[in-house]
Design a protein around this ligand. Structure first.
Ligand SMILES: N[C@@H](CCC(=O)N[C@@H](CS)C(=O)NCC(=O)O)C(=O)O
Length: 242
């Protein structure tokens, strides 16, 4: 995916005016959101990877906090994953990733915001487990979140949150679900969570793993894990060789 991660001193590569450009980092879950939407809509784009530990000077002109993802449309520079995905949805409405009904669309947007504000934090608190919680205590943290999505699928009565194909909710939460296997005690967690009650979520996970769009962005758990180790160790991250 894309080029090597460009570091300080590297020049901004020339841009094809007819192509969208995504500024990226290979292991970033927020970037993955934007990639999923670009791929779902079959939009021609190029990818410029950025070395986030030794950032090139031009990153500042793209994002006020010097983060990725950023989308360059040719006429606009759009920072932040949700801004990018909503821009793509408005500008390239096919296939639609939100329900047509405005009330249902607002509900999906609320779910996505809540995922970002709360559930991502639960994910990282389980992943890093800085409080040294037991597997049982970690499960207590995970269950209400999983129940929320299980019940939502049940109420919607569909395989995906968006119906028979993934939509914005599916794509916006997927990158963190893909990273669940890197939780150190993921296997014990899976064992303990093998209840009937997450039947729909388990089916959703299997269908997402096999979906043609999602498959193009999936990285093996070993690579996510290797990235996580380098990040935690505070070493120079070898973005291009993980
Ligand atoms: N709220 C942002 C979060 C993006 C973000 O945190 N990106 C990370 C990489 S995964 C980043 O660029 N970090 C660089 C930094 O914090 O200096 C979004 O939704 O796009």
């Amino acid at each position: 995916m894309g080029t090597v991660h460009l570091a300080k001193g590297s020049l901004l590569p020339p841009k094809d005016p007819n192509k969208l450009r995504l500024y990226s980092m290979k292991f970033c879950p927020f970037v993955q959101r934007a990639r999923l939407v670009l791929l779902a809509k079959n939009l021609d784009h190029d990818i410029v990877n950025v070395h986030l530990q030794n950032k090139p000077d031009w990153i500042w002109s793209l994002h006020p906090e010097e983060k990725v993802p950023v989308l360059d449309t040719g006429s606009k520079i759009i920072p932040e994953s949700l801004n990018i995905c909503d821009y793509l949805e408005e500008t390239y409405p096919n296939p639609p990733l939100y329900p047509k009904d405005e009330t249902l669309k607002l509900k999906d947007q609320a779910i996505i915001r809540n995922f970002g504000d709360l559930h991502i934090k639960v994910f990282y608190s389980i992943l890093f487990n800085r409080q040294g919680l037991s597997t049982g205590e970690l499960i207590q943290k995970a269950v209400p979140v999983l129940e929320f999505y299980e019940n939502e699928l049940l109420k919607r009565g569909s395989d995906f949150f968006n119906g028979s194909e993934p939509g914005m909710v599916d794509y916006m939460i997927w990158p963190w679900v893909e990273r669940i296997p890197i939780i150190p005690n993921a296997i014990e967690l899976y064992e303990a969570l093998r209840f009937e009650r997450f039947e729909r979520l388990r089916k959703w996970f299997g269908l997402m793993m096999e979906h043609s769009v999602v498959k193009k962005t999936i990285l093996p758990a070993e690579r996510h894990r290797a990235f996580g180790f380098q990040l935690m160790a505070g070493n120079n991250i070898d973005y291009d060789n993980i």
